[in-house]
Design a protein around this ligand. Structure first.
Ligand SMILES: [Ca+2]
Ligand SMILES: [Ca+2]
Length: 181
């Protein structure tokens, strides 16, 4: 919770769009599989259902690679939700604001980091640099009133317990839940 709050605070402070250095690092594809698909309690209707924070292959800053870094938002309810004004932020306060997009019941939208043309299923942050850190970061979704909806963390500070180990770079590779018993 404190991480979310501080992320909110950072988001609310003026966020400059100065892109971080585009550092190529990771080699392994990674996907932080969502484990609470059904949402947190009955009120959760939108969840961050999957994150591919490390684009497969070398992180060469190409638009193709940037777009293979993404976050997926799933509407777990049966009713369509208007995402207009919803935001998706990282720990550094980089924020993407959704445009007018209705996400149908049980539908998923994939938010790519790079440049592209938005559709009903794929939207683009139009960035020239990666936003989701390969080692650790948190994606947080807020609604159009700035209220917390869901988050997903990975790396050192991931807070969702063991049992859904992520493929990680370097020494963390293989540090998966099913090998820890
Ligand atoms: Ca990579
Ligand atoms: Ca980041």
């Amino acid at each position: 919770m404190s991480a979310s709050l501080s992320a909110t605070a950072r988001r609310l402070s003026a966020v400059t769009a100065v892109a971080a250095a585009c550092v190529g690092a990771a080699a392994l594809p990674a996907s932080a599989a969502e484990h609470h698909q059904s949402g947190r309690g009955d009120r959760a209707r939108l969840v961050i259902s999957d994150v591919q924070y490390d684009a497969p292959g070398r992180d060469d800053c190409s638009n193709r690679s940037l777009n293979r870094e993404w976050v997926e938002i799933t509407n777990t309810s049966r009713r369509a939700v208007d995402l207009d004004g919803y935001t998706l932020s990282d720990e550094d306060g980089h924020t993407y604001t959704f445009g007018d997009l209705w996400l149908g019941g049980r539908d998923t939208v994939r938010v790519h980091t790079g440049v592209g043309r938005d559709t009903d299923t794929d939207v683009y942050q139009d960035r020239r640099n990666y936003i989701w850190d390969n080692d650790e970061d948190t994606a947080t979704l807020y609604n159009d009133r700035g209220r917390y909806v869901d988050d997903e963390s990975w790396g050192r500070y991931h807070r969702h317990g063991e049992g859904h180990g992520h493929q990680r770079d370097g020494g963390w590779y293989g540090h998966r839940g099913d090998h820890r018993r």
